[in-house]
Design a binder for this molecule. Structure first.
Ligand SMILES: NC(=O)c1ccc[n+]([C@@H]2O[C@H](COP(=O)([O-])OP(=O)(O)OC[C@H]3O[C@@H](n4cnc5c(N)ncnc54)[C@H](OP(=O)(O)O)[C@@H]3O)[C@@H](O)[C@H]2O)c1
Length: 346
C-alpha cells in the first residue's frame, strides 16, 4: 500500500516517523520546496509517549512536485483544515484507482470534501492522538491516543479495514461503523469546550466556574446538538454521552444535567484549547470547520444558531487582531443571549 502524508507538522510528522520506522512505504509532501529540503536534511525525530524513533532517510517533496507517475492508495491529509480544503482537489489526481484520501481534521472537513470530490474518494477520520512540533522535523507525542477512521456513509468496508491495518502498524487505528456520528460527537465538544476556552483564554474548568460560562456553554452545545439531530445524525458515545440528560427540556432532569456537565469537565476540563494556541501564535484557526460549519448547516436546516454565529464572528475578529481573547468575552456572550431572549419575547 503506497501512502502519501501531506502536511508534516505535529500529527503528520509523528505519524510519518513511526510509519517509516515500521517499514511502511510512505512518502511525504511538505508545503513547498524549501520546507521539503529542510526536512530532507533534518529527517524526523519523535519523542514522548510511544517511545523515541528517528527516520533519517525520508522521501519528501513539495506537494506540487508530485504528479504524473505518482499513485497512492492512501493520501493522509494532516494539514490544518483550511489547507486541506485547498490541497485536496490537487492531490485527488494522485490516487490509485481504488485509492482514498483520509482527512484527520476535526469538524466538517471530511463531509465537505466528500461532497466536492465524491464519497468514493474520501474516508472520514479524526485523531485522539496528541502531538506537538518542537521544530520542523522534531515532534513530541503527547498521549497514547488513536486515529478513528471509517466510511462517512456508515458501516465498515473492506477499504477502511485495509487502511486501518496498514496505518495500524505505525500508530493505533480504530474503525467506527458510525464515523459521522463520532465526528459530530467530537464536534459538539470542539464547538463548546475548545472554542469557548479559546475565546476567553481559559480551560473549560475555569470558565464553568462562572454563571456566564455555564450559560454560554449550554447554549453553544445545545445549538450544535440541535443541528446534528436535525440533519439526522446518530450521535456516537465518545468520552461522555453526547445527548445530555433531560434533553431537550425536561427540567426534572436538571441535577442529572449537572452530573453530565461534571463528566464533561472531568474529561476535557483541564486541556488547554488547541484553538487558543493558534490564536496566541497569530495563526488562522479552524473555526469555519467547527462552529462555522454548525452555523452553515443550521441556516440550511432552519435551526437557530445565533450563539455559534456570534462565536464564529468573534474568533474571526481575534484572528484579524481586532479583539483579544479575554475572560470578559463570556459575560458579553451571556448578555447577548439574554438580550436576544428578551428581544424575542416582546
Ligand atoms: N496536533 C494534535 O495533537 C492534533 C490532535 C487532534 C487533531 N489535530 C488536527 O490535525 C490537523 C493537523 O494538526 P497539527 O497540529 O499537526 O498542525 P500543524 O502542526 O500546524 O501541521 C500542519 C502542517 O501542514 C503543513 N501544510 C500547510 N499547508 C500545506 C500544503 N498545502 N501542503 C503541504 N503541507 C502543508 C504546515 O506547514 P507550514 O508550517 O509551512 O504551514 C504544517 O507543517 C489539524 O486539523 C488539527 O486540528 C491535531
Amino acid at each position: 500500500m503506497q501512502i502519501l502524508i501531506v502536511g508534516i507538522g505535529a500529527l503528520g510528522g509523528t505519524i510519518a516517523a513511526r510509519a517509516i520506522r515500521t517499514g511502511l512505504p510512505v512518502r511525504l509532501a511538505a508545503r513547498n520546496t524549501d520546507s521539503a529540503e529542510a526536512l530532507r536534511r533534518s529527517g524526523l525525530r519523535v519523542s514522548g509517549i510511544g517511545g523515541e524513533v528517528r527516520a533519517d532517510a525520508i522521501d519528501v517533496a513539495a506537494v506540487e512536485d508530485y504528479g504524473k507517475g505518482d499513485q497512492f492508495d492512501v493520501i493522509l491529509l494532516a494539514t490544518k483544515a483550511q489547507d486541506a480544503l485547498e490541497i485536496a482537489p490537487h492531490v485527488v489526481g494522485l490516487l490509485a484507482p481504488e485509492g482514498v484520501i483520509l482527512p484527520i481534521q476535526n469538524g466538517g472537513l471530511a463531509r465537505v470534501l466528500a461532497d466536492r470530490l465524491g464519497e468514493d474518494k474520501i474516508l472520514g477520520g479524526f485523531s485522539n492522538l496528541g502531538a506537538t512540533m518542537v521544530e520542523p522535523g522534531v515532534y513530541e507525542q503527547k498521549n497514547a491516543g488513536h486515529l478513528l477512521i471509517g466510511e462517512l456513509a456508515g458501516g465498515v468496508s473492506e477499504r477502511v479495514e485495509r487502511v486501518a491495518r496498514a496505518l495500524g502498524r505505525a500508530i493505533e487505528v480504530k474503525v467506527s461503523s458510525n464515523l459521522t456520528g463520532a465526528i459530530w460527537s467530537k464536534l459538539l465538544i470542539n464547538c463548546s469546550v475548545t472554542t469557548l476556552g479559546a475565546l476567553c483564554s481559559q480551560t473549560m474548568r475555569q470558565y464553568m466556574e462562572t454563571e456566564a460560562g455555564k450559560k454560554v456553554f449550554r447554549r453553544t452545545y445545545e445549538e450544535a446538538l440541535s443541528v446534528a439531530l436535525a440533519i439526522g445524525t446518530r450521535l456516537e458515545r465518545l468520552a461522555v454521552e453526547p445527548i445530555p440528560p433531560g434533553w431537550p427540556c425536561n427540567l426534572a432532569a436538571e441535577e442529572h444535567y449537572e452530573s453530565w456537565v461534571e463528566a464533561v469537565i472531568a474529561f476535557y476540563g483541564d486541556i488547554k484549547p488547541s484553538m487558543l494556541q493558534d490564536l496566541e501564535r497569530g495563526r488562522k484557526t479552524e473555526i469555519d470547520f467547527i462552529n462555522g460549519y454548525v452555523v452553515t448547516l443550521g441556516h440550511a436546516s432552519g435551526v437557530p444558531v445565533d450563539m455559534n454565529a456570534a462565536i464564529t464572528g468573534l474568533v474571526h475578529q481575534i484572528e484579524r487582531g481586532v479583539l483579544q481573547p479575554t475572560r470578559d468575552r463570556m459575560n458579553e456572550l451571556a448578555d447577548q443571549t439574554c438580550e436576544r431572549i428578551r428581544g424575542n419575547s416582546i
